[in-house]
Design a protein. Sequence first.
Length: 344
Amino acid sequence: MEKNNETSNRGSALFQIFLMGLFSVGLILVLTIPVGGFISTDEYPNITPITPQKIVSFGGSPTDIYIGMYIRDLPEFDTVKGLFTIDLTIWFKFDPSLISLDRISEFTFDSAQVEYKSKAYTRIDNGKLIAHYDMRVKFTSQLSYSNFPFDDHTISFSLTHNFLSPSEAIFKSSKHNLVINPRIEIAGWKIIGKKIKTGYIEDTLDPNNPKAQRFHPRIIFSIDFVREGIRHIVTILIPLILIFFIALVTLVLDPKDGGSIIGISTGMVSAVIAHRFVIASISPASGSFMLSDKIFFLFLATCFTIFFINIFSKKIKGSTKNIISFLLYAITFLMLIYIFKPLF
């Protein structure tokens, strides 16, 4: 009778294995969506598109300046610090009878340090002057890490001409005018897209006077980078899932050995906390809550819940432990889906 009572207080090992398999398959299916797609939450630089109505309101007869860029190399690419260095050639095509080369050459890159700028190499094409500049530009970009370790990024850098107004000149371009050297290789990242947007920005000189405004033409070059491989995802998720599985296995152990069950449960809580240091070592510095933080706290709360349940292990029937196991697996899985919702 005592043996049957002891046995009835143990959860089913086969049921635990079944739940482990079901949980693993479900999680793999859920993760195939964010791993295989492109998701960027990076903020796009400020720019206002120029419309025919806006051109009329600016007055004057603006000339068109066509702009293109060739990216030769990316010697520095640090998404953690948001630091990037680009070797590039930028070109301008315009009517020299309407605007001078000296004025064109006064362009600037925003939030950037120009480490090198060549003289203008010029040629005439169908009455238009084409001016090329070879440059090395180091710039910063405020990236969003809210989806780490599933974060992809759109790196945007803008060129503004602070000595021109839209009444004098407007920038024009198209996506095919942004050319990227196909031999560029960046460890852990892959270029999958690009775009160009032209328009203008507004400087408000006096907040109390709406008419105290200045407008300047601007062009934004953007490149989409997708994270290659699943190293960060595996490093963060797999240990937490294994700890979660081991913690739930304690519901199958013989409740008469309460010391070992409590010891294992305590060890699993400690293991989750220790893994936090691993997560921190590979995570970017961010003041906001990242997806990796949410995953960590979910598994920490789950393991602590299992520890609390095991305190009363001798008083809980085996069938009840099976139900508890099912609920913990289901709740954890649903919470992970909720956490991953922004990725879908």
